[in-house]
Design a protein around this ligand. Structure first.
Ligand code: ZN
Length: 94
């Protein structure tokens, strides 16, 4: 699916509609020593298997994409979850 690389939308900092540049937001690498990871490793240790979510029966086909919007006036960045699930990755600015 194709998206424009510039859209007009509301900026919460400016308080009005301004032009935003659109990029795909990539998830950063998870730190191996964060609190949730340490707690999860502690629970997973030893016998007993995984404490959380048993094996999924049904998998969703598409992924939800996260867009990174940057206001052209105040340069404030924010994320927006693109509502539709897409099988192919989004194409921005084509
Ligand atoms: Zn702004």
């Amino acid at each position: 699916m194709k998206l424009p690389d510039k859209i007009n939308t509301n900026c919460p900092k400016c308080g009005k509609h301004t032009q935003h540049t659109v990029k795909l937001s990539r998830k950063g690498k998870e730190s191996p020593m964060n609190r949730g990871r340490r707690r999860y490793d502690e629970v997973k240790k030893g016998y007993g298997g995984s404490p959380r979510c048993p094996k999924k029966q049904v998998y969703k086909v598409g992924k939800r994409n996260v867009l990174l919007l940057e206001c052209s006036v105040c340069k404030k960045k924010r994320q927006r979850v693109f509502a539709a699930r897409t099988k192919k990755p989004l194409e921005v600015g084509k």
